[in-house]
Every structure is written in C-alpha cells, then in structure tokens.
Design a protein around this ligand. Structure first.
Ligand code: FAD
Length: 399
C-alpha cells in the first residue's frame, strides 16, 4: 500500500475544479432534500447532466480499465468529491456493478445496445438476487426460468430490488435446474422491466430509503437477454457479488477505498464532527459541554472508533464501519440532545445526521451481506477457526 500524498498535475487540478463546479451546480440542497424525502437515491436531472458531460461513460470505462475512461487519479477525484457532495448514488452504483457482467457475458447485440444506453443516461440496472425466503445464500434461488422455444418464461419474486422503479433492466438470478447442485442450477438474465408480467411494489426501510419487491408472473423474454451459459449463472454473478460484498482487494496504488461502505462512513464522520463542534461552543453560563469529562471521553471514544473503521481494509472495514455507525450514532444523539431529531432542512439540522445514521446503520449491516455472515467469514477464512457448527452440542455420555 502506498501512503504517500498524491501531487495533482495542473490538468488534474483543473479536473477537480470542474467536478466541484458540476456538483455545486447540479447536486443542490433541493436534490439532497428530494433524496431524503423519496428515499430514491437517484436523481434524473443529475444523471442526465452527467450523461451529457460524458462522465457516465468515462466512469465505467475507467472502472473497467478501457480506453477513453477516467484515469486512476481522475476516478479518485470524482469519487471523493461526489461523496462529499452527498450525490444520490445507489442506482448508478448498481448499474456500474452490472456493466462489467454485461460486457463480459451478454450477446454482442445486447451488450452494445445496453452499454451505449448506459453511457447516454437512458439505461440503469438493478440487482435481483434476494428472495422473500432469504438472501444471504443467493444460490438457493427459487425464481424459475423455463425454456420455451427461443424464449424463457420467468416466475417468482425478488425482495429488496433497490432502484427497480428507476431502472430499465434487472440483473436477475434464476433457477433453471431445480434438480442440480445449487451452484449448477442458476442462469442469469438481464430482464427488461417493462416486460408484461413484471410488477414493482415499493418498500420503505426505517431510514426512509425506498427499495422494492418485484413479482415476475409468466414473464416471457427472448434468449437474447440471457447472460452467459445456461446453468452457469454463478460464473456471471460471482464478480459483481464479490465487489458488492467488499471482498476484493484494493489496488495497492492507494487510489482505491480501503473497504466498501466508505460513503456511509463519511456520514458518521460528519455527524461526529458536527456534534464535537456544537459541544465545543460556550453556553450562556460560559461553560463548554466538551469540558465535562463524561462528554469528552464518550466523544473521544466515538471519534477513535470511526477513524479506526475508516482505515480498516477489506471485509474488516465493512464490518467495522457498519458496527461503528451502530455504536456511535446513539452516543452522538445523546450528547446532541433534542436537536438531533430535527428534520434535515431545519436550522441546526446538521446534528440530525446522528439520528439519520442511527436509523440507517442497521441496514448497512444487512445489505451486501449481513454482519453475522461477514464475522463468520473472517473467523473461518482469515482466523482459521473452522466452519461454524449450528447443531446443538451433543449430550455428555451418561455411563
Ligand atoms: C436497504 C436494503 C437494500 C437492499 N438492496 C438489495 C438489492 O438491490 N438487491 C438484492 O438482491 N438484495 C438487496 N438487499 C437484500 C440484502 O442483500 C439481504 O437482505 C441480505 O443479503 C440478507 O438476506 P436476508 O435479509 O434474506 O436474510 P437471511 O439470509 O434470511 O438471514 C436472516 C438472519 O440469519 C443470519 N444468517 C444467515 N446466514 C447466516 C450464516 N451463514 N451465518 C450466520 N448468520 C447467518 C443473518 O445474519 C440474518 O440475521 C437489500 C437489503 C436492504 C436491507
């Protein structure tokens, strides 16, 4: 890992200024408020402006290392600046995740059409993995796709298909051979969401984010929409799953996030800074709350926990950040007092970030894999503690 500071060239400084100006112009307070109000995590105006600027194309090409994309430094600048601006990112994030699989596994006519549509801002894609009966083990998929001539007929339902209502395609895991071993039973499709038989119903989470339950009833699509080989879906889905789970090593040039959930981590860091600044102000009686050891110790512990989480790599960072959000947000609310529950557009609402993070943090320990699953993975694969056994311990022998 290279910890040295990156010296920006004149061109990179100019790019950074251009990014800041773009974000100031388009990611306005209204956009952020709309995002909080709808829980959409997507804004069509910002998206179209990005397409027009050519930055959707450059981001994907940069992420894939294709010609014409952002350089590594430009990508880093773009990611850091838009995170600071609280850019509504989820639907674009799922689209970027899936673009790689489209490029690798789609038939040429579908691949070219979809990639161009993404660059133009007309096509977005969502993840159709989780089902009502479970999501941790995505390979136990029950949504069926059955071949019928040149078509496939899909029946089933998917939970938590975030962004489906703003997307044109769903990257759908289906079961095409219920008798096969689970990793040999899957086939991936890019399902056009305007196909008859697709029904999207909204679902709001406790932090106000919108996700969806999507029903597939006799959805008939052409074989053109299949990605990869029949029953070889695991090969197609493995890479985007690994990226989403954060089990991909950061590149050692220091220009990658050390772990996923850094965007979420930025919110708890900002919430902590706001509460520290407030506690350091003199009150009407001339005292500062931060001088009370009960306050300073709790704030100090919270800041240390957030910093350690932000610096932890790979799946350790994923677990540490989700846990730090859960642990630190109630402490911050406690110290901020009643102001911590102000709506976002009220004066002094900076402190309400703590309350928002408090509602958000449980979800960060669920989506992209739960904390329990990741703790088991760390125990099993990194600490070498063996596979967890859930069976009841054997009763001791009586004679
Ligand atoms: C806000 C939000 C957005 C989401 N967006 C998407 C999306 O866009 N697309 C999508 O497909 N999914 C999405 N998900 C679903 C998410 O990926 C799943 O919720 C997650 O994988 C867990 O699956 P589950 O909820 O079915 O829990 P289950 O798998 O049913 O697990 C239930 C409980 O058992 C525990 N558990 C399960 N297996 C193990 C194990 N091996 N070891 C220890 N404990 C275990 C879990 O930790 C959990 O506490 C989203 C979820 C949320 C909350």
């Amino acid at each position: 890992m290279d910890f040295s500071k990156v010296e920006l060239t004149e061109d990179e400084k100019a790019f950074q200024a251009e990014v800041r100006e773009f974000l100031d112009t388009y990611v306005t307070d209204e956009v952020r408020k709309h995002d909080r109000d709808t829980g959409d995590n997507f804004d069509i105006g910002v998206h179209r402006a990005l397409a027009e600027k050519g930055w959707l194309e450059k981001e994907i090409k940069g992420a894939e290392g294709w010609e014409g994309g952002f350089s590594r430094v430009e990508s880093r600048i773009w990611h850091l600046e838009r995170r600071k601006a609280e850019f509504p990112w989820v639907t674009w994030g799922t689209t970027v995740l899936i673009a790689h699989s489209v490029a690798m596994f789609a038939k040429p006519e579908l691949r070219d059409e979809v990639l161009q549509g993404i660059y133009d801002g007309d096509i977005r894609m969502c993840l159709g993995y989780t089902e009502p009966e479970g999501g941790s083990d995505v390979a136990t998929c029950k949504t069926r796709a059955v071949r019928d001539g040149d078509d496939w007929v899909i029946n089933g339902s998917k939970m938590f298909t975030t962004g489906a209502h703003n997307c044109q395609y769903c990257f759908l895991i289906t079961n095409t051979d219920p008798d096969a071993r689970k990793h040999k039973s899957l086939t991936m499709f890019l399902v056009p969401l305007d196909t008859p038989g697709v029904e999207i119903q909204p679902l709001w989470t406790v932090d106000g984010d919108r996700t969806n339950i999507v029903y597939y009833s006799d959805v008939r699509i052409s074989d053109k929409y299949r990605l990869g080989e029949v029953n070889e879906g695991w090969t197609v889905v493995r890479e985007p799953l690994n990226k989403e789970h954060g089990v991909v090593d950061a590149v050692i040039d220091g220009l990658d996030d050390v772990s996923i959930l850094q965007h979420q981590g930025m919110y708890i860091a900002k919430a902590a800074d706001a509460v520290v600044a407030e506690a350091a102000k003199e009150g009407p009686d001339g005292t500062r709350r931060i001088d009370d050891p009960l306050v300073s110790v709790r704030l100090g512990q919270s800041l240390a926990k957030v910093e350690a989480a932000l610096a932890s790599p790979h799946m350790f960072g994923r677990v540490a950040l989700a846990q730090a959000m859960r642990d630190v947000s109630p402490v911050l609310m406690d110290i901020a007092g009643p102001t911590s529950v102000l709506p976002i557009d009220e004066p002094g609402a900076d402190l309400s970030r703590a309350e928002y993070v408090y509602r958000w943090s449980p979800l960060t320990g669920i989506y992209g894999g739960t904390l329990e699953v990741f703790r088991n993975m760390i125990a099993q694969y990194i600490l070498g503690l063996g596979k967890p056994v859930y069976a009841a311990p054997k009763a001791p022998a009586t004679s």
